[in-house]
Design a protein around this ligand. Sequence first.
Ligand code: ADP
Ligand code: ASP
Ligand code: MG
Length: 439
Amino acid sequence: MSLKVCKFGGTSMADGNVMNAVKKIILSDESRRYIVVSAPGKRFGGDVKVTDLLYACYEETERTGACGSAFAKIRTRFESIVKELNLDMDISSVLDETECRLNREKSRDFTASRGEYLSARIMAKLLGAKFVDSEDVVFFDENGRLDSEKTYKAIAKAVSGAKLAVFPGFYGTDVNGKVKTFSRGGSDISGAIVARAVGAGLYENWTDVSGFLACDPRIVENPRRIKSLSYKELRELSYMGANVLHSESIFPVRKANIPIVIKNTFRPEDEGTTILPISQYKPEGNVVTGIAGKKNFVVILIEKSHMNNEVGFVRKVLSVLEREGVSVEHIPSGIDTMSIVFETEQAEGYKLERVLEGIKDECEPDVIRVMENVALIATVGHGMSSSIGTSARLFKAMAEANVNVKMIDQGSSELNIIVGVKNEDCDRCIAAIYHEFFR
Ligand code: ADP
Ligand code: ASP
Ligand code: MG
């Protein structure tokens, strides 16, 4: 029987009740051997995730030198979980040690990582499983990227002989021996890393929705579930804002062709969504697989007559951005025009001014304009390349919803069409495209 790695997200760890449901899911299938958990998430609307409480702790430490009052909320949260579970565990001592180390290390990443650490300690106790601290088995290299070789070896060694093991998600250790986290939502990546390291047959990602939906359920009520999608479609959709799965989580599993299944902890009998390599993926016959959007981009529009004849023009523009350390998302271009699209946080205020001045001085464009507060919306699907009239339908839907198109970019693989719209039109535009292709 091939083994499964299961990652349980924040809502699946939110309180003792759900943690008991998680235990039942794990114990109902012997192949569910290696478990990765997130920090406890929201229990109800308006509640605060433990990770956010921890970031607040760090801010308090920075302001006052210690994290006393902010840590009190975290203490209460974990104490009540242990109480609800009726566990024979001295959580107070674990919390005391944690608080001491927080005040000693005074590190943002270390502080943020403690939600996962504490929930994994509790989950391991609840399951009678081995606790493997990710600090000892997940390693980053000098560029801050995963040191996969060292990591996979260490994980395989740590689980050898263990029937059941629990890992905290979200963090590992950098080259200086300090705890370092992935970006937000990164426990999904940890799950994929463990799946790859132990040679899992399946990576189960347990969350609070019954699979990957054709668009964000907070934008369209009850969107259609996607039965299966390819790694490529997943990457496009999650990168563009469908944050049900972190966009980096495919890299560890993709090389080993390990499928991912997204399942709902609160409705375990629901089928969920399977994510497969393209060779195993069976399209459902839809033109569009899904739609996702992300706000806060800047678009710089550049016009220059005979731009196409000026050898090195694009390089000159890009070297200005490179010098300022701006990472570019898209470069749609025409004969005498090009646009540069990047996330707002890449260049704000003076930095944006410097980029514009640099392009003016070094590239001498006829016109340079900036659009801020732009949202990018990606319509994704392998079905689009073989179906005529997809863009016509997409733009008609946008026109009918009275959404003005600011920018268009069709990926070279014909897997996606990306449109830029005003931030405030983003949700309306996603809903309009969804209704055109799914209703
Ligand atoms: P977890 O804590 O389990 O990691 P997340 O909050 O990170 O869960 O991801 C699940 C959430 O992602 C859902 O509750 C849903 O609101 C949101 N979401 C956004 N886009 C999508 C989508 N296309 N399909 C499903 N869920 C989506
Ligand atoms: N707890 C972390 C976060 O809130 C990581 C995760 O949940 O995946 O971002
Ligand atoms: Mg998540």
